[in-house]
Design a protein around this ligand. Sequence first.
Ligand code: SF4
Length: 249
Amino acid sequence: MGDRTAIEWTQATWNPTTGCDRVSRGCDNCYAMTLARRLKAMGQPRYQRDGDPRTSGPGFGVTCHPDALRLPYKWRRPRLVFVNSMSDLFHAQVPRSFVAQVFEVMAATPQHTYQVLTKRARRLRRLAPGLRWPENVWMGVSVEDAEVLHRVDDLRIVPAAVRFLSCEPLLGPLDGLSLKGIDWVIAGGESGRGARPMQAAWVQQLRDQCATEKVPFFFKQWGGRTPKAGGRQLDDRTWDEMPVFATEN
Ligand code: SF4
């Protein structure tokens, strides 16, 4: 958990939970799982619980950190906060009451804008009616290939002020994607050892669909051995569009 991050589109991270399990192809090279193993070896107290070796790893067992709930109150200057870079808030092992507490904190700190991203879209959909949805909470789902387009349908009915898609790592064309009810799309390739290459046609198709449907599009990076290895240019320019809501702030 830290208050600075290298993720391009956010300014802070907040991890009220840590740990997770792989659920789809997008998880195969999960950077958080690798980092958790390292943090456990370094003795970091938040990463001492091991996950299921078939789907998780050392130090990556799902753990709630009630003490972390206080952190956003301590940040006096407004921040764009990425929630749970080291976990998935809607994991089945995170109690519903704890998810609700996280949303209460976000509602009580309207000076910050929160970006919550999940691959557990079905649980998000189930829990959404019982959560508070203040305007400063942006809710997103990961969409790495067409196999998981059902996550977009689940997100569409969530009453968030901004609903976004994180198409990263983009692992295939998103044929059949509907952007109805979606306010922002982020795309990017995978980075790190064993990174799976992203084809230009996949991301161009997505960008063109966003342009046609007037949905802001943000291109993070091509990926490769390091996040910056392939640069950020797509067809000779960068794409840094943000939701209309964000540019008004
Ligand atoms: S859902 Fe996210 S945090 Fe969990 S294993 Fe997959 S990539 Fe990692």
